[in-house]
Design a protein around this ligand. Structure first.
Ligand SMILES: [Fe+2]
Length: 221
């Protein structure tokens, strides 16, 4: 983040995660779930969130991510209003590794037909990174490259954007709860003050986990 000119005192990030997309749909549920077209803002991301995506090995357009930029200005009917972040943390996300054959987790989805074409696939070298707005419509390309794709992703926010409630325009995201408590300051891993989170708290957490806690078995493995 420093190399990219980010002010570490004001940059908060969430825990980087390894994602695995197998060739030819060997594992398409749980931790290998290929994401349908979505905006992260449907999943309670703040509108100013920047997504970082880094390849672990070389990859090609047959195992990349796809962006659907026409939807930057165009709202899509979607089921994000049924999505609550705290419920997701305590159920669907925690149990991700249990989904092997099918994935029945409640996830926000488009309810209109998304025009997949034309779409944009970015390919970068190992050591590079793809940065994009969490409000950008994006999806996982079905991997037909012959090789499993390994990538690391995480998200960042800048404190000043969060305080000013700045960000991409919200065209169509209506989930409840906020992912802001997942973020840690780059310098000391401290969390955002609760009064800052409160600016985004449309509904106080009634039940469920406010922060994603991986199950002990996942930490151990
Ligand atoms: Fe995403």
């Amino acid at each position: 983040m420093e190399e990219y000119g980010y002010d570490l005192e004001k940059t908060y990030f969430d825990v980087p995660r390894l994602k695995i997309i197998t060739h030819n749909a060997y594992l398409t549920a749980g931790v290998g779930y290929p994401f349908h077209p979505h905006r992260d803002t449907w999943y309670c991301a703040p509108q100013s969130q920047v997504n970082w995506w880094l390849p672990v090995y070389e990859f090609e357009s047959e195992s990349a991510m796809a962006f659907h930029p026409r939807y930057w200005n165009e709202p899509v009917h979607n089921s994000s209003s049924n999505f609550n972040y705290y419920e997701y943390n305590s159920t669907g996300r925690k149990n991700a590794a249990q989904y092997i054959k099918s994935d029945t987790r409640n996830q926000p989805r488009p309810q209109d037909i998304i025009e997949i074409d034309p779409h944009l696939r970015l390919v970068c070298e190992v050591g590079g990174a793809i940065l994009f707005s969490g409000a950008q419509m994006h999806s996982t390309v079905p991997n037909t490259s012959g090789r499993t794709r390994f990538s690391i992703d995480f998200r960042t926010i800048h404190l000043d954007d969060v305080l000013a409630q700045r960000g991409a325009p919200n065209l169509d995201a209506a989930p409840t709860g906020t992912a802001l408590r997942d973020f840690m300051r780059a310098t000391d891993f401290s969390r955002l003050p609760e009064e800052v989170v409160a600016l985004y708290e449309d509904m106080p957490p009634l039940e469920g986990d406010v922060i994603f806690q991986p199950p002990a078995a996942l930490i151990a493995s």
